[in-house]
Design a protein around this ligand. Structure first.
Ligand SMILES: [Zn+2]
Length: 47
């Protein structure tokens, strides 16, 4: 299993996914890093 990381600060989000099975786009989460809090899209196995 892999964890979602914030592309801005590298904070590891409490979201895990299966590298081989997961496919995602259009999902947005807010970074929980204290100084970051930016919203980013979760993209897994999509171009
Ligand atoms: Zn962040």
């Amino acid at each position: 299993m892999k964890k979602i990381k914030c592309p801005f600060c590298g904070y590891e989000m409490p979201i895990q996914y299966d590298e081989e099975k997961a496919k995602a786009k259009g999902l947005f989460v807010k970074c929980k890093g204290r100084k970051c809090k930016k919203e980013f899209e979760i993209k897994i196995n999509v171009k």
